[in-house]
Design a protein. Structure first.
Length: 723
């Protein structure tokens, strides 16, 4: 909100954004107070009379104009950035400079008739504020003495004319040759040793000035003041003002592809960054021809070097002796100490990682920016670098649009260079859209940071680490799916074997039952008989077998005695209510007089099966759902149409007990159907597994469409072409 207020007060907002902001102010007293506080702070920063007001405000103030200079300049400064400084009493006190030294140095002042201010700067550097609210940042090593970096305390002499009255009193002109310039302020600066010896500016470090101005004006440049013989200053050698990016904490920046989070928000997917980082990383494919550990640049058995150990472990170099290989080092290192990667990658829950398809690494896909290469620098270790700025955040959106990992590499491998210099390199690669970034004329951010070389190596190690984790997770998930499918198929094979055996058993038992019943009806003549006349063999067993297999009624006549026997089958049917809500429906028919049982598969919830009229039956109907089972049973009947039956929810344990109870009512020793129940449970679980895979494949396909601008959503499945 502070940045938004700052942009509003500086006139940076578009007309639409400004209108919306003002509407919000009208409805929010708190926002109006914040704006007025910010306006007061800005004015206080620009006027020495209000310096005391600055110190009363805890929030800090937001100055706007920053430039790098070498001697005397005209400040006509664009809106360079929004930077926050907390002003406190720790600012260097000018009174610490010896008065006699100040009197001596007054004679050396660069601008005649303009009072000088003096600041004592320790060897390690300091940030000070002038009477007119100009911030002066003097880093360590900012000055040279006899051509060498000066190490020691420095006395900075500063002169400023930021108001028209100050300019007039000092007799300063705003002429550049014969041209009249419009000015937003002038200042001069010089550095001296504590003994009064003049110092030179170190061009490799420089001094930084942040100047407040009332109004941003296009075309303002920085001029160097050159004195003529009469002591007048001519403003020469104008240069564009180099803007310095705003460093912010990495946790405040967004480097995802632009459409990624809006899509996840639209489907109300997890909000926490760890989950979204994890999902993002799961799309990483460092080598689309061979997605293996070695393909990502890791040689598992290569010994880790001392240097790599330091980058992984910081000052604790225990890995040099304890960890012998890169693989071991990556597994045990504490690299993931940032807020994005707490703990080991394998600790993320399965639903957080969102397993699904992996053919992204095997399809003929266009290039895209690898997630590991983004997440590796999205880490607090890269704070205070070019990458931890709003300016790079804007570039990252365009980098994703190039779909070229080499473009990102330009920025991550040149942390000492300015973003604008790198922008021009990217333009030369064939991306003219980066010209608008190059035109911002950004200066390097913290180029003398001694840790930058380490960071670039740390970045490469980070990529390796993330790719290693992603690949290990992919292998783990693929193995899990393979093992699941293998076990499911094994159980299905066993079930097919059990089904064949059960159908054989029940057929043979019912055939024996029917044979005994026929024998009871026609006497002992049943079996093989021989007619004396024509020599025809009559096999009564065949009639019984045919009737049993076809489950049709038949009448058998003994050719010798003329006695008859009947085998009667009558229709049995029912329909399950709301059958379409079940994954599968089964009916178990238990004959009282037989040891085996029938398992019926209905069609769209309708069941029909001829029952032997000489046998008493029980029936149990099981409906398999994602969240469990529904159940119905009827006992001791022979035939008929049950009509529509309604299944009621039942626990797995109660269902198994009920079926076992029905099973035990039969005459012979009951067979165990626990294997059947286990198979049903597995089928239900597999349905959920396959459904989740299908849903996740669809989800990941849609996510891919938001992540990779150069591929269509269906590319994941079809190996599609560029848009």
């Amino acid at each position: 909100m502070t940045r938004l207020i700052d942009q509003y007060l500086s006139g940076e907002l578009s007309s639409d954004d400004r209108r919306i902001f003002e509407e919000r102010m009208e409805s929010s007293e708190q926002l109006r107070q914040e704006v007025e506080t910010q306006r007061t702070i800005q004015e206080a920063a620009k006027r020495a009379a209000q310096r005391g007001e600055i110190k009363k405000v805890r929030k800090g103030y937001h100055l706007k104009r920053l430039l790098k200079w070498s001697s005397i300049g005209l400040s006509g400064i664009a809106l360079l950035f929004t930077a926050g400084y907390v002003v406190s009493n720790s600012m260097n006190d000018p009174s610490s400079v010896d008065e006699s030294l100040m009197n001596e140095l007054n004679d050396l002042a660069q601008i005649n008739d303009l009072p000088a201010q003096y600041f004592a700067i320790p060897e390690e550097g300091a940030l000070v504020m002038s009477e007119e609210g100009v911030l002066i940042s003097v880093p360590e090593g900012a000055f040279l003495l006899n051509g060498k970096v000066y190490k020691g305390a420095t006395v900075v002499q500063f002169q400023e004319a930021m108001k028209a009255s100050s300019i007039v009193k000092a007799g300063l002109s705003t002429m550049s040759g014969d041209r009249l310039l419009e000015t937003q302020g002038m200042f001069g600066v010089a550095g001296f040793t504590e003994e009064g010896q003049a110092l030179e500016f170190n061009p490799k470090v420089g001094v930084y000035i942040q100047v407040p101005v009332d109004e941003y004006k296009d075309g303002m440049q920085l001029f160097s003041g050159v004195k003529d013989a009469q002591g007048s200053i001519d403003w020469q050698n104008p240069v564009p003002l180099a803007k310095i990016p705003v460093p912010v904490d990495m946790s405040e920046l967004d480097f995802y592809p632009q459409a990624y989070e809006p899509y996840l928000n639209s489907v109300q997917w997890k909000k926490d960054k760890k989950s979204r980082d994890s999902l993002y990383l799961s799309f990483d494919c460092p080598d689309c021809e061979s997605a293996s550990v070695n393909a990502v640049g890791i040689v598992p058995h290569r010994r880790i070097t001392a240097e790599e150990s330091i980058y992984l472990y910081g000052s604790d170099a225990r890995a040099i002796d304890e960890l012998m290989t890169v693989e071991e080092a990556l597994q045990l290192s504490e690299w993931a100490e940032g807020p994005n990667w707490e703990g080991d990658f394998s600790a993320y829950s399965r639903d957080t990682l969102d397993w699904g398809i992996f053919d992204i690494c095997n399809s003929d896909l266009p290039m895209y920016v690898q997630p590991s290469n983004v997440l590796a620098f999205w880490n607090k270790k890269f704070n205070k670098t070019n990458l931890s700025t709003r300016e790079f955040e804007q570039r990252m959106r365009a980098i994703h649009g190039t779909c070229n990992n080499e473009v990102l590499k330009k920025y991550t491998s040149q942390l000492r260079k300015s973003l604008s210099d790198i922008d021009r390199q990217v333009v030369a690669m064939g991306y003219p859209e980066f010209e608008r970034f190059a035109a911002e004329n950004l200066a390097p951010l913290n180029p003398q940071n001694a840790h930058i070389d380490h960071l670039e190596k740390f970045y490469r190690t980070g990529i390796e680490k993330l790719q290693y984790r992603a690949e290990k997770w992919r292998e783990k998930e693929q193995n899990r799916q393979h093992n699941w499918d293998k076990e499911t198929n094994n159980q299905r094979d066993k079930e097919r074997t059990r089904t064949a055996q059960r159908e054989t058993d029940v057929l043979m038992e019912e055939f024996d039952f029917n044979m005994k019943d026929v024998k009871r009806q026609i006497g002992n003549s049943v079996g093989f008989t021989l007619t004396h006349g024509g020599g025809t063999i009559v096999n009564i067993d065949k009639y019984v077998w045919d009737a049993t297999v076809s489950r049709t009624s038949t009448t058998i006549t003994d050719p010798f005695t003329g006695k008859t026997a009947e085998i009667v089958y009558k229709d049995f049917s029912f329909e399950v209510e709301n059958a379409d809500k079940y994954i599968k429906l089964f009916a178990y028919v238990f004959p009282h007089e037989l040891n085996s049982y029938h398992r019926l598969d209905g069609k769209k919830g309708k069941f029909s099966f001829p029952l032997n009229n000489a046998i008493l039956y029980d029936v149990a109907v099981v409906g398999v759902k994602e969240n469990g089972y529904d159940y119905f049973q009827k006992q001791s009947f022979r035939q008929g149409d049950l009509g529509t039956v309604r299944l009621e929810h039942i626990s797995e344990a109660k269902m198994e007990a009920s079926i076992e109870q029905l099973n035990k009512k039969r005459n012979s020793k009951a067979i165990h159907i626990s294997d059947e129940i286990q198979w049903l449970t597995r089928e239900r679980a597999d349905y959920k597994e396959q459904k989740m895979r299908k849903e996740m494949a669809e989800f990941r396909s849609n996510v891919a469409g938001s992540l990779f601008p150069c591929m269509r959503t269906e590319t994941l499945h079809k190996g599609g072409q560029r848009q």
